[in-house]
Design a protein around this ligand. Structure first.
Ligand SMILES: C[S@@+](CC[C@H](N)C(=O)[O-])C[C@H]1O[C@@H](n2cnc3c(N)ncnc32)[C@H](O)[C@@H]1O
Length: 260
């Protein structure tokens, strides 16, 4: 309770008016304290988040601020879910760099790369060792720590930031390459158009909605619609190896270039 009283005003203060200033870890701690109260702990995740959203609005946030706060809370909760996955000494997650990414950068002059939801850094590390100037972000502290250690061991530099996509500033015309590989959210693809430099490329790999019908999966041709006006370097929608699930699923893969 004391934690709640101390933290809650801060979260509110941080959300108004600059939403980007929300401290995700703190917002998650506040939410979890609320969620673990006797009144709320029996609720399903859906019911709890709906009730929490209403509470945030009652507490004075606009519906938009409340929605964004909840996205950030969920993203950090997702990172906490991935911590033990990465901590597992017998890894179940892929450690080799993405095949699509390797193909995408073959022959390209290295520049500034952004790795969205970088996990334990398998792709960031690959890019950095190929001479790219890499920034990545993720909500898993364990994944980020492993990425930093792997970079140090390989004697390369990467910026591995603890942030959700809602907290990270993608900027405008900042990146020569944006990698969105096996994401757990769909918002980042909509930030690419503005964030890429002219001539920059985006690489996306995810399963088709036909898989688990998860909100972050793609409908048929959805990525082509999102990147309309880009030069499509590669697009596929077919059964193939899901690097994370380690089985054959309907996969969507895109490499696209923003026009100069
Ligand atoms: C399936 S893993 C993919 C990791 C990496 N891209 C790869 O291909 O190995 C998804 C990653 O996204 C992170 N994540 C989930 N939601 C996020 C969000 N909203 N913002 C940033 N990272 C997020 C998780 O912590 C996890 O490391």
């Amino acid at each position: 309770m004391r934690q709640l009283l101390i933290l809650f005003p801060c979260v509110l203060l941080c959300t108004a008016p600059g939403l980007a200033q929300i401290d995700g870890e703190q917002a998650l701690a506040v939410f979890l304290a609320w969620r673990n109260s006797s009144e709320n702990k029996q609720l399903s995740w859906e019911a709890a988040t709906k009730k929490y959203l209403a509470k945030l609005v009652r507490d004075g946030l606009s519906p938009e601020q409340a929605g964004k706060t909840l996205s950030i809370v969920s993203s950090h909760d997702e990172g906490a879910f991935y911590d033990p996955v990465y901590a597992n000494t017998n890894p179940t997650s892929p450690t080799a760099p993405s095949k699509l990414l390797r193909e995408a950068v073959a022959g390209l002059k290295p520049g500034k790369a952004l790795d969205v939801g970088m996990g334990q850094g398998r792709n960031s590390l690959f890019l950095a060792t190929r001479g790219w100037d890499v920034t990545g972000f993720d909500t898993s502290k364990v994944g980020l720590e492993q990425a930093r250690k792997a970079a140090a061991a390989a004697n390369v530099t990467i910026r591995a930031l603890h942030a959700s996509d809602e907290e990270f500033d993608f900027g405008v015309a900042q990146w020569d390459l944006i990698a969105i590989l096996y994401p757990i959210e769909k918002r980042s693809v909509f930030r690419v158009r503005q964030a890429l430099k002219p001539g920059g490329i985006v690489v996306v790999e995810c399963s088709h909605k036909e898989g688990a019908n998860a909100p972050f999966e793609y409908e048929t041709n959805e990525l082509l619609r999102i990147f309309e006006g880009f030069r499509i370097v590669h697009y596929e929608d077919r059964m193939g190896q899901h690097e994370w699930a380690r089985k054959t699923l309907r996969m969507v893969r895109l490499i696209a270039q923003k026009s100069d």
